[in-house]
Design a protein around this ligand. Sequence first.
Ligand code: GTP
Ligand code: MG
Length: 432
Amino acid sequence: MRSPFPKVSRYRRIVTVGPRHSGKSVLLSSILDHLRKNPDRFLGTNEGWTSHSVHPYPADLPEIPLDRILREASEEALWPEITVKPAALRFRAAHPKPWKRDLTLDFIDFPGENIADFLGAGDYESWSNAIFNLYPDHLDPDSVKGITNLREMIGKNSPAQEIADHYAQMMIEATRRGRYLTSPATLCTRVFEPDHRVANEDFAPVPTSLQTTTSETGSYFGEKFRQYHEQRIRPLERLLAEADALVIPIDVGWILSGGPPLLRDQHALLSAIGSLLARIDTIWSRMASFLGRSFTPLDDAFFPGRLRSVVLCATKIDLFRPEDRSLLEDLVRRIAEPIFRGAGLHGIKVLFTACSAIRSTTDHESKPGYLRGFRSGQPVEIAPPKLPDEWPDRWDPKDYQFPRLDPRVSRHGLYPPAHIHLDRLVRSILES
Ligand SMILES: Nc1nc2c(ncn2[C@@H]2O[C@H](COP(=O)(O)OP(=O)(O)OP(=O)(O)O)[C@@H](O)[C@H]2O)c(=O)[nH]1
Ligand SMILES: [Mg+2]
């Protein structure tokens, strides 16, 4: 029997945020497909939901192209394209008992390249100093050369456009080397589309030590930075600050295969997210969230969330040896300190997990340490490198190359993608 009263849903807004290529879009696509196909099984419940399906997110964000992602994975063995704009999708499940709450979960996919823009917390001088301190790494000689040239150009008062061009070129090259600190993030796109330009992205860092000699260039870039931040980054920061849960995927294989500079980058990005968490105005959020969601008939998506948990998740664990997979959570824990610091201020829970959202391998039954998978449709056997149980001080990236394999998704679409421990991630969010 249908209840004559509108039912109140249990609601959570879950936002994935992590560096580019860390596995956010794959993660959300798989979660959404599992939920819409069999929520009880995925959530480990026995509610007998009467309907369970995905819907457009009611607020102003484009849809996650869920069906396209899954179809391209199953038919063409393609992984999703990079995300350049936030996208969202809603999952709803109706409870058969009129007195029990329905479940509404909103998922927002965040464009990974933008996290580097959080450095400096919106302040041009802090951002400039952060780039000059963090980017040059002697294990990545091109970064040192690039920054030295930049410093010289600023010192001899080269024209602002020349400085901005040099900086842009240096960051585009860094993106090709896998470095994460490309800011402004729009420069990442120039790797694929060299003519790509957006308003106010032509700025370069001028650190405090060089400000006196070149105050004009500094204030010119500072103004562009301020506008870029206001138009492009502030709305993204708000998206994170107003979530109920954040999922931060970490791709340990990418870091190991890129070398120690990538580990430093990753740590810097986590610090930037940690400082954002510390800046969140939770008292206002909590009040607005409680009042809006409880006392108005408007959709919950229109009110800020109450950030309760941040989950740091090692992704793509199907690419590691089965016996190494338990090490991943610990490796992530070792770099999570900035998140603990930011979250701790507001009593936000920090959780850890490791998963594979869409498997591309199966364990080899007869050869220990080997995995089976497909590359361009052809079956292959691979022996993934052994994982260290601590982050080494130095390592040779050549020793940690992980192959890119085809995603395995059933062609007929009857079953959601095979995964490892993805359900734990969602359950931990719902329990917090
Ligand atoms: N084997 C395996 N590979 C994965 C898995 N998840 C992601 N990948 C790989 O990681 C790549 C990046 O995944 P995405 O989900 O597109 O990454 P993203 O974090 O959304 O990246 P941006 O959109 O650039 O921010 C994919 O193209 C796959 O090659 C997984 O569970 N298993
Ligand atoms: Mg993506």
